[in-house]
Design a protein around this ligand. Structure first.
Ligand code: RIB
Length: 306
């Protein structure tokens, strides 16, 4: 008989990404001729959910899409990827969109317009409390209203469910909320936002842990990761060297794979190495959800010597 696994629950945004490829990110006031355009499913929450599903782990999405044409396409795409969408509401008005400029070598600039994501209220979380309480991990980002994120953290804290908070896009976090976070996973820019300045990873992790977090995994892109546990060890995680073409969604891919590996019993550094392998594959392909790797692909890269 198959063993029943507690699902991962993602509470987060669902966007349609409108991606213009460009030779470089234009300066303010400058117009450029682009080299291509894609309309492709994204949103930090939905990206993480699809990445979990691609890794073969059960996952539920909590969020909202609009009653527009994007809403149906986004829901269909989640379901096709194997994400359970019963807790995704369809609300009046437009779905979330992200306007993305994607420059050569994968650099990008993103403006996300919340649409339906902005209508995921704390009461929506209360309605899904039973689902959250039954989760192995809850994954959150900051593309939903902050009071909704806070309610998610409170429900999970009360039930003892660990939360991985991806602080993207970076926004102020109330002091009492930090101790409800099991893993905080900023990239370098986001870490600098919370610390007031860029810092070496050792100092950044130390300062962030001092706010009450249980663990920090700094996502350092082509530099790998730095993982530190409150009252425990701290160490770098080596990157996998690949040719990046599109880094949109790579951080989301990392978070999803990190959660799956932790659930499977790997220590945090091995889990971060597994997550780095997943993210490395994702940057070699275009699209956010479209780039998420399969379990077999990640296992194969992870098995390679560093
Ligand atoms: O993390 C990448 C995501 O950020 C994109 O898919 C876009 O939708 C924005 O939300």
């Amino acid at each position: 008989m198959p063993i029943e696994r507690k699902p991962i629950v993602v509470v987060g945004s669902i966007n349609m990404d409108l991606v213009a490829r460009t030779p470089r990110i234009p300066l303010s006031g400058q117009s450029l001729i682009g080299t291509g355009f894609d309309t492709t499913p994204g949103g930090k929450g939905a990206n993480q959910a699809v990445a979990v599903a691609r890794l073969g782990y059960p996952v539920h999405m909590v969020g909202a899409v609009g009653e527009d044409v994007f809403g149906k396409a986004l829901l269909d795409n989640l379901a096709a990827a194997g994400v359970e969408t019963a807790a995704v509401a369809r609300v009046s008005g437009p779905s979330g969109v992200a306007s993305i400029m994607l420059a050569e070598k994968g650099a990008n600039a993103i403006v996300a317009v919340p649409g339906a994501n902005g209508k995921v209220e704390p009461e929506s979380i209360d309605r899904q409390a039973a689902l959250l309480r039954a989760a192995a991990f809850v994954l959150c980002q900051l593309e939903l209203p902050m009071e909704t994120v806070n309610r998610t953290l409170a429900v999970c804290a009360e039930a003892g469910v660990p939360v991985i908070l991806d602080p993207a896009p970076a926004a102020s976090i109330a002091p009492e909320v930090w101790r409800e976070v099991a893993w905080f996973t900023p990239n370098d820019t986001e870490a600098a936002f919370y610390l007031g300045d860029a810092m070496p990873p050792e100092a950044a992790a130390r300062e962030l842990l001092a706010r009450g977090l249980k663990g920090v995994a700094l996502k350092r892109g082509s530099e790998g990761a730095y993982v530190a546990v409150s009252g425990g060890e701290a160490a770098s995680v080596e990157p996998f060297r690949v040719q990046a073409v599109d880094t949109v969604g790579a951080g989301d891919c990392f978070n999803a794979a990190f959660a799956v590996a932790l659930i499977e019993g790997r220590d945090p550094w091995t889990a971060a190495r597994f997550a780095s392998a997943a993210a490395a594959i994702s940057v070699t392909r275009h699209g956010a959800q479209a780039s998420m790797p399969s379990r077999a692909e990640v296992d194969a890269l992870f098995a390679q010597p560093g």
